[in-house]
Design a protein around this ligand. Sequence first.
Ligand code: FES
Length: 229
Amino acid sequence: MKITINGITCDADAGQTVLQAARANGIYIPSLCYHDKTGVAGKCRVCVAEVEDMRGLQATCTLPVREGMKIDTQSEKALAAQRLVVDLLLSTGRHDCISCEKNGICELQDAAYYLGIERPSIQYADVQKGIDESSAFIRVDRNKCISCGRCVAGCNDVVVNEVLDFGRRGHETSIIFDTDSPMGASTCVQCGECVQLCPVGALIEKKSIGKARSWEIEKVRTTCPYCGV
Ligand code: FES
């Protein structure tokens, strides 16, 4: 079928969402909670757009395509809403990009760059959520977590380890391991799925810390000599 995104005619398949169709056609829509592996979450609301014949802003990651659909992700209203979400996320965490291991491969940074946000416009109270270094393999920096839920969905629905969840309250809401144990003392098997799914620098493989900047690293396909994966 044919749909139009930002004035560009695109091919789309039945069953796709607007966000999936946009990606397949090389059109960027900022998104944070959606991942191909974990599927639709509809939580972050960064991917909103105006759609002809529909009232209000629509989350493109949850919206199925239909023939002739006209979507505008760059209308004044859509961009203002996208900016507000990213601005608030930047305002409520410690996203010190210069020293962050995910600098250059961070999806929040991508969204901020696309939306022209240089720095957060609001400064909230500096709530320190803490860094968990208890695991031998993974650093958990809750100050960078944007609560997108991708790691939780990956742990529970993809690898079915059922260790990660959200816990605590209000502005202290955070990912937790088991009933809020340090990661290293939890039942986590250190499979690294959560690290792969994290869009920001909240979950980082320790062995990569300080080794190289993202643009100096080349990804290659390998087979693990221990487990064969
Ligand atoms: Fe659509 Fe998060 S990517 S709501």
